[in-house]
Design a protein around this ligand. Structure first.
Ligand SMILES: C[S@@+](CC[C@H](N)C(=O)[O-])C[C@H]1O[C@@H](n2cnc3c(N)ncnc32)[C@H](O)[C@@H]1O
Length: 307
């Protein structure tokens, strides 16, 4: 029998079944960027903690240089899997898999790096932000500062209006979609530049509420039928060449309840407000989208200038 917390966890996707871990292992973009960031930030002899270890793969990347890796996982099936798989891989013995809740566990000693990949688009569903904020408070109370380095170090989130076709072999179905970044599709037309709506820096204190109110100047005439949510995880900052090692999540395109016809120069006003770790529906319910035509936008400018 599940308790209330576990039931909510299942519902919101914390309890990821084993077959889905295979998809995560197959995701080259995710794997190679995490590997590069971990290789860069975990120095020889470092102590590392991973929150939400799954198959243990990220802990294993860390174990190539670290002297010790604490890998915390609360799904008992994954704890057993991680132990089995780590035993098959060189340096796997440096990883201690601990069956515990990341909201409660603290390592027995200070650590240099914390890895946490409980990431879903727009920081919805999974508990990344809450787990890390909770961890920082408990860690500082037990060990004092400094805080370890976090992988990812930060997350940037943006939103963009789309004209999205929802024709599936003649069947109209405006439905949430996850889209591969960088893959062109004639079904998707970008109607304005994306706007950055939130930056989460894990070295700082972060609130749980993520809200935005802003506007887009439409570049191409069309019909706004969806909003695309873009989530870029900055896994590591590479100071010497002013670059970053990033992992871009699949884009999430949410259909609007009513498509809006637009012309170039129109101003689309958008607002939303949701809690990190909340459901996709909670973001959808908070969405407000309205149009100011180019003429009305110009009149507004004039009245501001002369009013
Ligand atoms: C997205 S998966 C990532 C797994 C692995 N780190 C990887 O990159 O392949 C997130 C993992 O966090 C675990 N998890 C979620 N909530 C947790 C919690 N409160 N405590 C410990 N593990 C948790 C899930 O069971 C899952 O295995």
């Amino acid at each position: 029998m599940l308790n209330e917390r576990e039931a909510e966890s299942c519902y919101l996707g914390q309890f990821i079944p084993l077959q889905y871990h295979h998809n995560m292992l197959m995701d080259q973009n995710r794997m190679e960027n995490f590997k590069a960031a971990i290789t860069r930030l975990v120095f020889e002899g470092a102590k590392v903690l991973e929150l939400g270890g799954g198959t243990g793969v990220l802990s294993w990347f860390a174990a190539q240089a670290a002297s010790k890796v604490y890998c915390v996982e609360f799904n008992p099936d994954m704890v057993a899997e991680a132990r089995r798989l780590l035993a098959m891989n060189r340096h796997g013995e440096k990883v201690e898999v601990i069956h515990a809740d990341a909201f409660e566990y603290l390592p027995p000693e200070p650590v240099d790096v914390v890895i946490c990949e409980m990431i879903h688009v727009a920081m919805l569903r999974e508990k990344q932000v809450e787990v890390i904020e909770n961890f920082k408070q408990r860690y500082l109370a037990k060990f004092g500062g400094p805080l370890p380095v976090f992988i990812p170090e930060a997350v940037l989130m943006a939103v963009q209006p789309l004209q999205q076709t929802y024709d599936f072999s003649g069947y109209q179905a405006p439905i949430i979609q996850f889209q591969q970044p960088g893959v062109f599709s004639a079904d998707t037309v970008e109607l304005a530049q994306p706007a950055l709506y939130s930056v989460i820096d894990f070295s700082q204190t972060n609130g749980m509420q993520i809200g935005w109110e802003g506007s887009f100047t439409i570049e191409n005439a069309g019909t706004v039928s969806a909003l695309r949510f873009v989530t870029k995880n900055v896994l590591a900052v590479v100071l010497e060449n002013s670059s970053t090692i990033d992992w871009l999540n699949h884009y999430m395109a949410l259909p609007l309840p009513e498509p809006i016809a637009v012309k170039a120069g129109d101003v689309l006003q958008v607002s939303f407000d949701y809690r990190a770790g909340g459901s996709i529906a909670s973001l959808q319910h908070s969405l407000q989208v309205s149009l100011k035509t180019a003429a009305a936008a110009r009149a507004g400018h004039l009245s501001l200038a002369y009013g």
